[in-house]
Ligand binder design. Sequence first.
Ligand SMILES: Nc1ncnc2c1ncn2[C@@H]1O[C@H](COP(=O)(O)OP(=O)(O)OP(=O)(O)O)[C@@H](O)[C@H]1O
Ligand SMILES: [Mg+2]
Length: 342
Amino acid sequence: MKSILGLDIGSHSIKLIEIGQSGNSRTLLAAGSIPTPPKALQSTLDADHQAVAAAIKQLIKETGAKANSVAIALPESQVFTRVIEVPALSAHELSSAISWEAEQYVPLPLDQVNMDYSILRDAKATGTDKMDVLLVACPKTLLEKYLGIIEMAELIPVAAETEIIATSRALVQSVANIKTAVLLVSLGAQTTDLAILRNGVLAFTRSIAAGGEALSRALISGLDFNINQAEEFKRTYGLEQDKLQGKIVAAVKPIMDTIVGEMKRALAFYAEKHKDERVETILLSGGTAKLPGMVVYIAQNVGIEAQLANPWVGITRDARFRVLDGEGPTFTVSVGLSLRDF
Ligand SMILES: Nc1ncnc2c1ncn2[C@@H]1O[C@H](COP(=O)(O)OP(=O)(O)OP(=O)(O)O)[C@@H](O)[C@H]1O
Ligand SMILES: [Mg+2]
């Protein structure tokens, strides 16, 4: 059985998954997480990157993961990802026209980014004279930093992609029965990433700087909690209206309004482009999705059915991994990475 590691280096925690693949069968071989050394990812110092690499090595040891090849996630907030419309061109024509198209969208000089693109829907599929192309541009400095960390951890990088692309690969199995569209929302510590999948194909992506840390900060300033209290109250009571006379919900409401607002904007954008279709459901992933009451809050405030993401669909897991049943949202990105073709 062949396998690669899926490594999701988040601002709050590092998640590792190893899935073995053989034919159509997929088996979970290793899984685990470890806290990210504080502030180490924002740093440009070698010593801080060494600390991240040491954490990765520790995690590999703890989980017993075997593969040396690794697919990594890049932070959505620092990578430019967009579904763009371009005139119908042949693959060859597009390869020479893409830089010109990219210049209109990418906010950095093109010689400072690694760019990649793929045709999501050709003109036949869109039924117009345009096609949908996924454009990804990653600052070279960002990629170098992550590759440096991987090298320090003595692993071989074989692929790098953004969190939301890994998320969509992880969840495509579980949305196979949803005919039209689904909104994926990955609620992390520092960012919330959104994507709309239409028949399993990306139709929209966005990232905003609001997540679990912003919710904790709102509790610190609104209710005079210290950081530990904020974290504890958040995890215990979450967004349940009837807890603590609704004080927690009231304190975090401005942050939740931002997140809900972005989801509504994504849905409005989709409705404008696909007039006869609607997004049927919302799948929530990331550690912050586990906040008590989050699913109900999102469903009520966005007005669409919502559920927690389950990346374990179609993956065989033996009894020792049963503890991960409720941890699907946390491991969604790393599962998607480990499922990459290689
Ligand atoms: N049970 C829980 N209830 C509420 N919040 C939780 C729970 N478990 C984790 N969190 C929150 O989830 C966040 C961590 O989630 P995750 O591991 O997805 O973040 P990350 O990937 O490290 O961050 P990012 O992707 O933003 O860099 C933290 O803010 C943490 O407080
Ligand atoms: Mg994350």
